[in-house]
Design a protein around this ligand. Sequence first.
Ligand code: LMR
Length: 327
Amino acid sequence: MRLIFSLLAALSLAWGGPALAAKPIVIKFSHVVAESTPKGQGALMFKKLVEERLPGKVTVEVYPNSSLFGDAKEMEALALGDIQLIAPSLAKFDKYTKKLQLFDLPFLFKDMEAVDRFQNGKDGKALLRVMEKKGFLGLGYWHNGLKVLSANKPLRTPEDAKGLKFRVQNSDVLVAQFQAVGAVPQKMAFSEVYQALQTGAIDGCENPWSNLYSQKFYEVQPYITESDHGLLDYMVLTNSDFWDGLPKDIRTVLEKTMDEVTVKVNQIADDINQKQRGQVRDSGRSQFIQLTPAERAAWVKAMEPVWKKFEDGIGADLIKAAVASNK
Ligand code: LMR
């Protein structure tokens, strides 16, 4: 009897064992934008490098354009282990932490170099772990870029936005930002924006160029104001249990690859946005509006009260540290 068991055990090791061990770990990376955007490119780059470096051990499946999970469901799906990587905009974490509301404060960072300084500094790095107790671990920040305003009417002064309906991401700061200029904000999933603009359910929105271009919003937004009034960046997020449970050698390669891809995405994001800005301009569908310094100052002033409103939740020190990265 014993012998039979030993034989069976040996056989299962010989056949089942190696077969089981050879099964690759699958990492599903779900996101809501087009593949041509900085995040879309980053996800593909990560897939390519990981599969080159860990052949047969790790497979990365990328699901762009809300094709697997959209805004409403991706955090939940990550928590449940249905997917292993997402990279939501920093505006989409209200439900999990108030600290990241920092990144939505209007006119906080003067340019993307300041964003880099903050994200790569002590406070920025600490924020990657701010949702750890909820089971989420940040692996890095990926840039998209600064947002422009678009609408079916020209927006030069804050008064021009009065009464217009703007789509916002799921962020209370962005709601307050539009209320501060007398506009009517509406939280809406990214995948619904084009149709809402087309049918007139909303009048305007705010996006970096790459989203405005790749989702064709510019086709239904005749005026674009180059306001650069806020940031749209991402936190690449994984499920902490999944990540901690990976074999150490594999996790090390994944972390190294993520760091490399993060540097690369952040180098190319601005080029992609500038190129796609050019494509929007060449389409001739939208008129570009540049603000004079006085016009811009009026927007800054109108939106200033938003900072105070969210200071307690974010922390005055964190706001101070972000402001300090501007010099
Ligand atoms: C949006 O909802 O506007 C953005 O967060 C989409 C994205 O991921 O860039």
